[in-house]
Design a protein around this ligand. Sequence first.
Ligand code: ATR
Length: 277
Amino acid sequence: MQINGTTRLYAIVGNPVGHSLSPAMHNAAFAHLGINAAYVPIQAEDIKATVDGLRQLGFCGASITVPFKEGVMRWVDELDHTAIQIGAVNTLAFHRGSDQTIHCHGYNTDWVGSNRALADHLTLSGSSALILGAGGAAKAVAFGLVNAGVEVFIANRTHHRARQLANELGCNAVALEDIGRLQCEILINTTSVGMAPHDQECPIREALLPGFRVVMDIVYAPLETRLLRAARACGCTVIDGLAMLHYQGAAQFKIWTGQEPPAEVMRQALFSALQGG
Ligand code: ATR
């Protein structure tokens, strides 16, 4: 790729951000489609100063990651309605307005990522899902599923957070000790349980896994978590943590370029970056 005076600039903003796989994914997509653009990691301290800086430097867009997804909302000019409902932004797009000032628009594509990852394997509308965890990731996943017509149950170590999230989204909270009584087709882990170096941990009793048809983990290091290994052994369809990452990135790419994202190229780039290549 040739960087020159017309190269469009994109960034991922987070802290830390050094291990992000997103630069590999987006740069591979730009290269594949011959788009003169570059996507760089930026470790931010102050999100307001960073958004101002991106605007001043002529960046066209940015991914926003931990810990800035909520805090960035104050500093954008317009918010997509789903970002408002989720209360978090993971995508910025900068456009020059008719008044020549640069406008910053905030979106959330995390929920798109989880819905698309699941929709590859089953019809969402009319199905049911148990979500483990009640943090920011759980909120985006649950929002997407509720809006796709899925009956959603949320279980969390700290039960009152599950209740609070369920109230916000109009779905159900269930105590961890009661999840064995549920009958859901889908199980999604949105907690960090199972992430290296704690990769021997599983967020649910493995004896409960045969009750699910599809099991998705948002943890991607390791790619095959203990949860997914055990679920596969029970005959469940498993969806690894790169699927949601890849589809949320594809939705960002579409917002930024208006072009169809090269899905397989993006997934392959993520996979290679994860392997360290
Ligand atoms: P994120 O925005 O990435 O979802 P978060 O808001 O910190 O991160 O939420 C992390 C989720 O993982 C929470 O639901 C958390 O449970 P608590 O609400 O009880 O803290 C869950 N989690 C993290 N570590 C866990 C562990 N060891 N066992 C069970 N749940 C855990």
